[in-house]
Write a protein that binds this ligand. Structure first.
Ligand SMILES: [Zn+2]
Ligand SMILES: [Zn+2]
Length: 369
């Protein structure tokens, strides 16, 4: 039977999230129903709320969730009720060209996995379908999710911490270890020190980078970057960060990461590389922003500019490994959650997020978990 749940829905964009009662469908054969404990607030949610990215309403946002499995579909073998699970945007089919070559984030069937279904997952009081973002929709008491968008997690990790594993942590660390394959001893710069940038800084520290330079425009975030493993900071309000990084490193960095999502910072990331250096774009650069780089730097200096979507992750193996590293004190994931709000106050959380001083804000969804 469909069940009534409370959810924070976006009914107009730009707009605010509105708490309302939805009907959530039973899981289909390959789906899992989860009782949500916490859901992370991501910049990509904010961009849909504030209208930066076009979206179709009504939509249930939220893609970083942790919760407890309540019910599984008939063909689900990986999960049983009671499992603690984390959701990830990069659902994968497991049989396309990209999945079978290990590049799950590029799965060509992801959209269908997330959205093709006999009935809508969610209905509002007017009987209209509410689309769960990426087939997830975490700002709600319960979710019905494809089994290949979930990973089970051990009890060693805190639930609020676990809610940031599916996006921020996986994206930032994955860009370093999968996307760029940073080598021990190399030099790294990370532009943008929000949740994803801080995760990239931790990834670079873990990979053994000899220098990790954090670049941002918010002094408090640069202070935080030092606590998470940055060796140097550059306040980009005090002149060209490219020149500063080149002077600091006597020529540039081996790897740069762009975690802001603008053409200007991508150009900076490329400009601050040494010959043979690799710049990796993690941020969501709008599709209509052209990036201007010097062509000669590509062929004369063999510099590379690449993207890493969702940290080029293999989340079913990555996330348990990141939790093991957190258990051992080699990643500081608990400290990345800097604010918590109740689901009822989620708009306050997004206002905080827009101010840009938090690393990650999470919404507490269910009290009893
Ligand atoms: Zn996200
Ligand atoms: Zn696939």
């Amino acid at each position: 039977m469909p069940e009534k749940i409370t959810a924070a829905v976006l009914n107009a964009a730009p707009g605010r999230l509105e708490l309302e009662t939805l009907l959530i469908d039973e899981p289909e054969t390959n789906e899992v129903r989860i009782r949500v404990a916490y859901a992370g607030l991501c910049h990509s949610d904010l961009h849909e709320i504030d209208g930066t990215f076009e979206t179709e309403v009504p939509i249930l946002l939220g893609h970083e969730a942790v919760g407890i499995v309540e019910k599984v579909g008939a063909t689900v073998e990986q999960f049983v009720p009671g499992d603690r699970v984390v959701t990830c945007v990069s659902a994968f089919c497991g049989y396309c060209l990209y999945c079978t070559s290990g590049h799950l984030t590029l799965c060509v069937n992801r959209h269908g996995l997330s959205h093709n279904r006999a009935r809508p997952r969610l209905l509002n009081a007017a009987g209209a379908a509410v689309r769960p973002t990426a087939g997830l929709g975490a700002f709600a008491e319960a979710m019905v999710v494809h089994q290949n968008a979930l990973v089970a997690i051990p009890a060693s990790v805190r639930l609020d911490t676990a809610s940031i594993l599916g996006c921020a942590v996986t994206t930032g660390i994955g860009a370093v270890v999968h996307g760029a394959d940073v080598r021990a001893g190399s030099t790294v710069a990370v532009i943008g020190t929000g949740g994803v940038g801080i995760a990239a800084i931790q990834g670079a520290r873990l990979a053994g980078a000899s220098r990790v330079i954090a670049v941002d425009v918010v002094p408090e975030k640069l202070d935080a970057a030092l606590r998470f493993g940055a060796t140097d900071v550059v306040d980009a309000r005090e002149g060209s960060p490219v020149e500063r990084v080149i002077v600091m490193t006597q020529g540039g960095v081996d790897y740069s990461f762009e975690a802001v999502g603008s053409a200007a910072t991508v150009e900076q990331a490329f400009a601050m590389l040494v010959p043979r250096g690799v710049a990796t774009v993690i941020g969501m650069v709008p599709g209509n922003q052209p990036i201007r780089i010097g062509g000669a730097e590509l062929f004369l200096q063999e510099k590379r500019l690449q993207g890493s979507f969702m940290g080029s992750n293999q989340f079913k193996t990555d996330i348990p490994r990141y939790i093991a590293l957190n258990d051992q004190g080699r990643l500081a994931l608990d400290e990345m959650v800097t604010s918590r709000v109740d689901l009822a106050d989620i708009n306050d959380g997004f206002e905080r997020l827009a101010k840009g001083q938090d690393i990650r804000i999470v919404a507490k969804v269910s009290d009893e978990l």
